[in-house]
Design a protein around this ligand. Structure first.
Ligand code: F6R
Length: 610
């Protein structure tokens, strides 16, 4: 969704805001804008562009606005096309109040009609523009009170940064159902959609809670609820640094992040798994006694995280023998899910801010279920609103397509499966030791896939001219086929479908012909022979086959297919190794086709609207 940044301090605001917008661009990139207040002439420069942040930066570089207070926005359009007029900041009738917004004001149409009836003039098609007009209407000399009054009239989701020319030593931030943090520097403060934006300037971050606002003066920040009750600020020290949010010599963030897969596994395991297979999570929040009471699990998630959750079902059911259902969060919340105090609801989300998943866990808590979230973002809404949290510890993921966080999610789900199995005494010590050893060797196995990326690149080159792809897998590698297809379609804009290999003959096989390649996850598995039959059915329809096979396994030797070998690991942990090959394939096909892999069209990293 949109990225927002605000600055109040001693330095020139514009360069800081531009650099921060670049780091926030993964959240949305169809248009951008800034407002900088210049105390010398009491005027605000508003500069906007109907293109990516770079175009804005070019314009600003030609004539850099002066001023130590400013806000900036990079947009993912919801209401109104990505035009200059619709780009943020938006302002009131007298162009005094500047507002940037991430989220959706659901009741904007009626608010706008009422405001127009009272003489307010609107220039954009956005929902956001009602906000400065509402503030203007409530402004009786106290900007904080006016903002409060305006916010209480809004329904929907927002993270906002606001300032007024009339009160140039005040920067206001507010959030409801959308993320906002406050960076605390040396005599300077930042409000931003996420920590990545402020990390070059400070590691001290105030986590603004749901329904809270912050008013920052040159004396520092004050936190309160939107209703006006004062709140004790929650301040954390960020543990990672800016180098983790830079490309580090790779051509794209996505390439860097795929290459961080071994580290993602190690970091998710670190300090949590003893050699004897004992698992501890630092902020898990639920006792063994509570876990023992659980009779069923529901996992809710979206997109790639949904596929991680699907895999979680295989893992947890196999290890702990607890029934697990997985549902897209967007579906879960709008039906009457059958859950109660004996259900553990697990929210799977790298950002911890996905609107659908957040709403699903809220629904679960209302129905008295226990909720655990597995997320990468410390202090994210899901983390704050769950009974317990398992952090991925994957470091920032900037590429819009999830890669290393998918790997980290899977690693955490293995750990959770072991933990749940252990308290139910479901795992024989021998099997537990074996599994522990397998998990600990995964980083090496993943690295060996990465070391042979050139072979995958050659395959990608060969197949990048095709418009349609089918991915097939079986058992625990079925969700990997789904994820492989999603990765390809989202970054290369090619049609790709994922199917359970055994389902192919029940319909989709009709699609296949010589121009429709099938990517088969055919690594060692109990069902490998069945997979071979499915591949034969594909070949009989002249469709080209790319097979992911286990090194040293000769089952597919006689089959006419392009192959990529992955190192031998057990079938149970093979998804982590296999998916890296599929991520690389998608990456190379997309780059071969000249697509912008880090910022694919129409997408945004953190989807904070429904
Ligand atoms: C795909 C992708 C999206 C996200 C989805 C959920 O590569 O990144 O499908 O997985 O939007 O996001 P989170 O995990 O933040 O809830």
């Amino acid at each position: 969704m949109c990225g927002i940044i605000g600055y109040l301090g001693e330095r020139s605001a514009a360069p800081i805001i531009m650099a921060s917008l670049k780091r926030l661009e993964y959240r949305g990139y169809d248009s951008a804008g800034v407002a900088i207040f210049n105390e010398a002439d009491g005027q605000t420069s508003v500069v906007k562009s109907a293109a990516k942040v770079d175009t804005l930066v070019e314009r600003l570089t030609e004539e850099m606005p002066e001023g130590r207070l400013g806000i900036g926005h990079t947009r993912w359009a919801t209401h109104g096309r990505p035009t200059v007029i619709n780009a943020h900041p938006h302002t009131d009738c007298h162009k005094q109040i500047m507002v940037i917004h991430n989220g959706i004001i659901e009741n904007f149409a009626e608010l706008r009609k009422d405001l127009q009836a009272r003489g307010h003039v609107f220039i954009s098609e956005t929902d956001t523009e009602v906000v400065p007009h509402l503030i203007e209407e409530n402004d009786q000399g106290d900007l904080v009170a006016a903002v409060r009054a305006a916010l209480t009239k809004l329904r929907g989701a927002y993270a906002m940064a606001i300032f007024s020319q009339k009160d140039p030593d005040l920067l206001i931030g507010a959030r409801l159902n959308a993320p906002l943090v406050v960076g605390i520097g040396d005599k300077e403060w930042f409000v931003a959609s996420d920590i990545t934006a402020v990390i070059p300037y400070t590691k001290k971050v105030l986590l603004l809670g749901e329904g809270e606002m912050v008013s920052i003066t040159r004396l520092g920040p004050e936190v309160s609820t939107i209703g006006g009750a004062s709140v004790k600020p929650k301040i954390i020290e960020v543990k990672w640094d800016i180098s983790q949010a830079q490309k580090g010599g790779y051509p794209h963030f996505m390439a860097k992040e795929i290459n961080e897969a071994p580290e993602a596994v190690s970091n998710a395991l670190r300090g949590r798994l003893t050699d004897e297979g004992e698992v501890t999570f630092e902020e898990f929040g639920l006792t063994d006694r509570q876990l023992l009471k659980i009779s069923n699990i529901k996992m809710v998630a979206a997109g790639t995280s949904y596929y991680a959750a699907l895999l979680g079902k295989y893992i947890v059911e196999d290890l702990a023998r607890i029934p697990v259902e997985v549902e897209p969060a967007s579906e879960f919340r709008y039906r009457q899910p059958i859950i109660d105090q004996d259900t553990l609801v697990i929210g799977v989300s790298q950002s911890g801010e996905t609107a659908d998943t957040l709403a699903a866990i809220r629904e679960a808590r209302e129905r008295k279920s226990k909720v655990v979230s597995i997320t990468n973002v410390v202090g994210s809404s899901m983390a704050l609103e769950s009974d317990g949290v398992i952090y991925l510890h994957a470091g920032p993921e900037i590429g819009v397509a999830s890669t290393k966080t998918f790997i980290a999610h899977l690693t955490c789900l293995y750990l959770l499966g072991i933990r749940l199995a252990a308290i139910r005494h479901r795992l024989a010590p021998e099997r537990l030791r074996e599994l522990t050893a397998e998990l600990k060797t995964l980083p090496e196995a993943v690295q060996s896939v990465l070391d042979r990326a050139e072979q995958i690149q050659a395959l990608a080159k060969k197949y990048s001219g095709h418009r349609n792809f089918m991915y097939i897998g079986r058992g625990i590698n079925y969700p990997i086929a789904l994820e492989g297809a999603l990765k390809l379609k989202e970054i290369s804009y090619l049609h790709a479908e994922g199917y359970a290999a055994g389902e192919l003959k029940h319909g989709p096989i009709a699609l296949l012909d010589g121009g429709f390649p099938v990517f088969a996850v055919a690594t060692q598995a109990a069902t490998l022979e069945k997979m071979v039959s499915n591949i034969q059915e594909v070949i009989a329809r002249d469709a080209p086959v790319i097979a992911l096979v286990t090194a040293g396994d000769h089952t597919l030797d006689e089959i006419e297919a392009d192959r990529f070998e992955v190192p031998e690991v057990s079938e149970f942990v093979s998804p982590i190794v296999n998916v890296v090959a599929l991520q690389l394939f998608a990456y190379f096909v997309a780059t071969e086709r000249g697509c912008n892999v880090d910022q694919p069209r129409n997408l945004a990293k953190s989807v904070t609207v429904e």
